[in-house]
Design a protein around this ligand. Structure first.
Ligand code: PDD
Length: 284
């Protein structure tokens, strides 16, 4: 049985959902999105996703099609109609359909689509065994803080990692790791410091990242927000990545170099447990 998806105010079987070929999301990647994880039928870190969506829309001078309460109601409705227990809700807002032009059209009506994806979230191979990454030049644009649907560069890098027999790529600019193709990158130094890149236009301001920093600090673990080099990462005691789709997932190998004993490290495992228990308490 197919899913029920959301398109511009309507809940439809997925085969019946349609958008215009003139939609700027399709023609120009003129669109932003959010991915919210769902555990036990509840939305994880939802206020953070709402806030970032509003920020992405604002940065692109795009109209806000729905208020926060309506977006939340729509997410809940999709979870309910699809009997989603564990998985994700994907939501995308485009500037709408208009005759093709590089300038923003006046008065276009934003297109809003959303759908669910059911998938195991907790007991994953990545969580159990960790993932292996390669490093690659960060070939993306300069406004990575806006969560746009321009995802070809990350797709190309993820494919290169896959062809190399690995799980993902960490992207590198001027010798420093920016982030993973679809996640924020972290290391734990040999003297126990937890490090992740500071916020700027060079990385996406991860909602999971922010929550992990808050939970770690509340548990008296210190986090340093700063750039780290590829050499520092390869020499780290541990590494991990964070994303709504992966929570905290250990990284056990970088460019063929095993970190520690090549198994998920204690800090990554502890932070994953901490994130899961704390975010469950706040799930809505
Ligand atoms: N990706 N960095 C990038 C480039 C991302 O695409 C993502 C999320 C993150 C982590 O952000 P958050 O913790 O808010 O999920 C960092 C989503 C999950 C995706 O594109 O599927």
């Amino acid at each position: 049985m197919g899913r029920i998806v959301y398109v511009n105010g309507e809940y439809l079987p997925e085969e019946e959902a349609k958008v215009s070929i003139f939609d700027r999301g399709f023609l120009m990647a003129d669109a932003v999105y959010e991915v919210t994880s769902v555990l036990d039928g509840k939305l994880i870190d939802f206020p953070g996703h709402l806030k970032r969506l509003a920020r992405s829309l604002g940065e692109l001078e795009m109209a806000r099609p729905l208020d926060d309460a309506a977006i939340e109601a729509m997410h809940r409705e999709l979870v309910a109609r699809n009997a989603l227990v564990d998985g994700m809700v994907y939501m995308q807002v485009t500037r709408g359909a208009a005759d093709r032009d590089f300038t923003y059209p006046e008065g276009a009506t934003p297109t809003v689509v959303a759908f669910t994806q059911a998938k195991p979230m907790e007991d994953t191979v990545g969580a159990r065994d960790g993932i292996k990454v390669i490093t690659m030049p960060d070939i993306r644009w300069g406004r990575r803080d806006i969560k746009t649907v321009q995802l070809l560069a990350p797709s190309m890098c993820k494919m290169a990692a896959k062809k190399a027999g690995k799980d993902d790529a960490w992207l590198v600019e001027d010798g420093f790791v920016t982030e993973g193709t679809s996640n924020n990158a972290w290391i734990v130094t040999k003297d126990g410091r937890i490090v992740t890149r500071d916020l700027s236009t060079r990385i996406l301001h991860g909602i999971t990242r922010a929550a992990v920093i808050a939970y770690a600090e509340a548990a008296q673990m210190k986090v340093e927000e700063r750039a780290f080099t590829v050499e520092e990462a390869r020499d780290a005691a541990e590494a991990f990545m964070t994303a709504a789709s992966a929570f905290v997932t250990p990284v056990v190998e970088i460019d063929g170099v095993a970190l520690g004993d090549g198994r998920p490290g204690p800090v990554a495992r502890r932070l994953r447990e901490l994130y899961l228990s704390e975010s469950r308490k706040r799930a809505i």
